[in-house]
Design a protein around this ligand. Structure first.
Ligand code: CA
Length: 384
């Protein structure tokens, strides 16, 4: 006997629902590690709990940079239903800001959040995974890392140290920095002492200045006491939070040195290996989500912060002169040539980075850049 329509419809719905549940279940299991999670893999379904320490190069809860590890920790806790908890420690709580890589490498902490270029003394190739002067923007970096081979090279670079990297957020294009005097020509760089880390620091020194690297928690005091004359930190949102407008008068753009500074989550390779597959996937995807979230937040908050700096604090906004930018580019090329000549891994990463940059530049010339130029042409110059 055929079922009547009134009975038939719920049956169809039931079957479709069951099919959907099966498909979603299969998909989730695939994502979590080829379905092994549903079998008797180590820790899977056993409810085994993990507690990790995450050390950072930032003061705890510093807007943007310092909130990203907190966001990551919250996501991991929620997604794992508390099976993996991550406790965040600010700079200096367990290890100093610039001791984060060694702490993760040595297993003092399971994870860290920072910027790869802080480790360039130990790992020359690391600079490519934060920012290269006149290099890629945030959007381009994300493309290179996740679809252009960058991520595999990053892992290869850190593998000898037992550290696994993940993209950990981007600030977008930074500001050139805060200066206690005007920069009107290349002569004004001479003798200028500036907090500017990474390759850009070497470039700045080659251009006549003196570069120093000082962690975020110390830049305000260093400017205030005259230890340094200039400082690049991030952009309006972070710089306002550090109060840098109180210790310098001139705020320069564009951020030639960090056009899309990528941050990093780093994980101790042994600690990562002990996790069941589903928790590994949660670490990976929580990092990926946090990576995008930071860029979104900076994009929204920088606008508001710049307005506050200009309107409430009378900051003097300036553009670096073209001849200064040209000198910095010339010195960037020299510094890059030295870097890749002296380190095989740096040479390998640079080949990939450079190739992707040229390709994406060609496309962005007729997409992002062409659109922004067209928008400016019809709406007018947006610079305040
Ligand atoms: Ca910076």
């Amino acid at each position: 006997m055929n079922p009547s329509p009134s009975k038939f419809q719920p049956l169809v719905i039931l079957l479709l629902t069951a099919a959907l549940v099966a498909v979603v279940g299969f998909w989730a299991a695939e994502r979590a590690g080829g379905g092994r999670v549903l079998s008797s893999g180590p820790g899977a379904g056993s409810g085994e709990r993990f507690e990790w320490k995450l050390v950072t190069t930032w003061p705890k809860n510093l807007p943007g940079l310092g909130t990203a590890p907190e966001t990551f920790a919250r996501l991991v806790g929620e997604l794992s239903d508390g099976r993996l908890t991550v406790r965040v420690y600010g700079a200096g709580e367990i290890v100093p800001a610039l001791g984060v890589f060694d702490a993760v490498s040595g297993g003092v902490a399971e994870m860290g959040h920072g910027a790869s270029y802080y480790w360039k003394g130990k790992i020359p190739a690391a600079v490519f995974f934060t920012a290269v002067p006149f290099g890629m923007t945030a959007q381009e970096m994300n493309g290179w890392l996740h679809y252009g081979g960058g991520d595999a090279l990053w892992r290869e670079t850190y593998a000898p140290f037992g550290v696994v990297p993940f993209a950990g957020g981007s600030t977008g294009v930074q500001m050139a920095g805060w200066f206690n005097r005007e920069i009107t020509s290349t002569e004004d760089l001479r003798g200028l002492k500036m907090r500017i880390p990474g390759l850009a620091g070497e470039v700045f020194t080659a251009a006549g200045g003196t570069a120093v690297n000082i962690p975020g928690g110390e830049v305000y005091t260093s400017m205030q006491t005259g230890v340094i004359d200039a400082v690049e930190w991030v952009g309006p949102y972070n710089d306002l939070a550090l109060g840098l407008h109180e210790v310098a008068e001139y705020y320069y753009y564009p951020g030639w040195h960090e056009p899309g500074a990528m941050l990093e989550f780093i994980v101790n390779a042994d600690a990562l290996a002990t996790l069941p597959e589903d928790l590994k996937a949660i670490v990976r995807d929580a990092a990926r989500a946090t990576n995008q979230d930071m860029l979104d937040e900076f994009t929204a908050r920088n606008n508001a912060a710049l307005e506050t700096l200009l309107e409430e604090h009378d900051v003097k906004l300036r553009r670096l002169p073209d001849d200064v930018l040209a000198l910095l580019k010339e010195k960037s090329d020299e510094v890059m040539a030295r870097l890749v000549a002296g380190d095989p891994m740096a040479r390998k990463v640079y080949a990939s980075y450079g190739e992707f940059l040229e390709a994406v530049r060609a496309y962005h010339g007729i997409s992002e850049q062409a659109y922004i130029n067209a928008r400016t042409a019809v709406l007018g110059d947006p610079v305040p």
